[in-house]
Design a protein around this ligand. Structure first.
Ligand SMILES: NC(=O)c1ccc[n+]([C@@H]2O[C@H](COP(=O)([O-])OP(=O)(O)OC[C@H]3O[C@@H](n4cnc5c(N)ncnc54)[C@H](OP(=O)(O)O)[C@@H]3O)[C@@H](O)[C@H]2O)c1
Length: 352
């Protein structure tokens, strides 16, 4: 099979960007033989700056540099030059932008400007970050193939909504032709871990401390425990899968900060469970009612079975019935893998 090389710009070299690069060397032969595909990194960026090399940067050297907690600009020299990240997205010869900078749900930056710059000149985009989708889904959809224009650059973000869980792909691709009646999902890892710990007898503060100790909860857990992270993901599902233009203010959001161990015991008594449920339900007027709130689900509900570090989604549709997916993820690999699956899904279209 002939090998097509995609020239990639990767922005963000934290947990996700690093995991993504680290998984590639062992897969290079598989990607070449099975998909006729090779990835060349023509620019990468972290908070220290951006480096570029038309001949391609070495993923192993970048991972080693980040593992040593150094800024990537320290790799500059010889063929490798320092450039500016947005300038790279605007001008560097490239096929794909891979976006994995931090999620900022107020301004969507720095991802939003990078993605705009790439889409504007026909560079395809795969995102792990959510911020740009939360603040500007409409605009980015208009600039990409989500507009319905098959010649427009591709925009994919399957890893942005609960990492490896194929939450977007099931609804958007695999239930094509059906009318989705509802989505029910557990999309936030921190709250699922905390509620599980609370079901084992810990109070809220102890559960949060434990979730922070094992590295699941952020030092500032506000976005997770108050339900905003799950709401951001529901917003993306609503815009992308349900095609209902949605802003955060359209979602009723309640987090887990007032949940007590008693609430959980009550839910568990008959085999059910208390989860932070993100829900979209189609009303008689055809619009979806959107909410995130702690919810007691009965024993026969698929999400009652979710384990401590699992995410899950249940779609109900008219002709497909009930479709359920769970994923158990340990660390950032699942999200990095979702970026790879997005690339593989669009690679044949890019080649064409
Ligand atoms: N972690 C997960 O499991 C997960 C799951 C799904 C989605 N996501 C999303 O994926 C994205 C990346 O997550 P992560 O866990 O990898 O985050 P992270 O570990 O904090 O890494 C962020 C990366 O972005 C770089 N960065 C920060 N500000 C920058 C700027 N202004 N310009 C250029 N680079 C900048 C950082 O540079 P330094 O290396 O110099 O600090 C770092 O390399 C986030 O948007 C997150 O919401 C994460």
């Amino acid at each position: 099979m002939e090998t097509r090389t995609l020239r990639c710009i990767l922005t963000g070299l934290g947990n996700i960007g690093r995991s993504f690069l680290a998984m590639l060397p062992a897969r290079a032969a598989y990607l070449r033989e099975r998909y006729g595909l090779a990835l060349r990194f023509v620019a990468v960026a972290d908070s220290s700056g951006c480096i570029a090399c038309e001949q391609g940067l070495d993923p192993i050297a970048i991972v080693a540099c980040k593992r040593d907690k150094r800024g990537v600009v320290e790799l500059a020299g010889g063929d490798i030059r320092i450039t500016e990240m947005t300038a790279a997205a605007q001008r560097l010869p490239a096929d794909l932008l891979l976006e994995a900078t931090p999620t900022d749900i107020r301004a969507g930056q720095p991802g939003l400007d990078l993605i705009r710059a790439a889409l504007q000149r026909g560079v395809h985009v795969v995102m792990a970050s959510k911020g740009a989708l939360v603040v500007a889904f409409d605009e980015l959809a208009r600039m990409s193939d989500w507009s319905g224009d098959r010649r427009a650059p591709r925009l994919r973000f399957s890893g942005a909504v609960a990492g490896a869980l194929p939450s977007v792909n099931i609804g958007w691709r695999d239930l094509a032709g059906g009318e989705i009646r509802s989505i029910e999902a557990v999309l936030n890892g921190t709250t699922q871990v905390m509620l599980t710990l609370m079901s084992e007898g810990k109070d809220y503060a102890a559960a949060l401390a434990e979730a922070q100790r094992i590295g699941i909860a952020e030092p500032d857990p506000t976005l997770d425990v108050e339900g905003w992270d799950a709401a951001n993901k529901l917003l993306i599902l609503s815009n992308a899968v349900l095609r209902q233009p949605t802003r955060l203010s359209d979602i009723a959001v309640e987090g887990i900060t007032r949940v007590t161990p008693d609430d959980i015991q009550r839910a568990r008594r008959n085999g059910g469970n208390l989860i932070l449920l993100a829900k979209a339900e189609r009303g008689a007027d055809g619009r979806y009612d959107l909410s995130v709130r702690p919810t007691s689900v009965p024993a026969d509900h698929p999400l009652a079975r979710l384990g401590m570090q699992e995410a899950g989604i249940v779609y109900q549709s008219d002709i497909f019935g009930r479709t359920t997916a769970f994923s158990l993820e340990d660390g950032p690999t699942g999200t990095a893998a979702a970026m790879l699956r997005d690339i593989l899904s669009i690679a044949p279209e890019i080649a064409a």
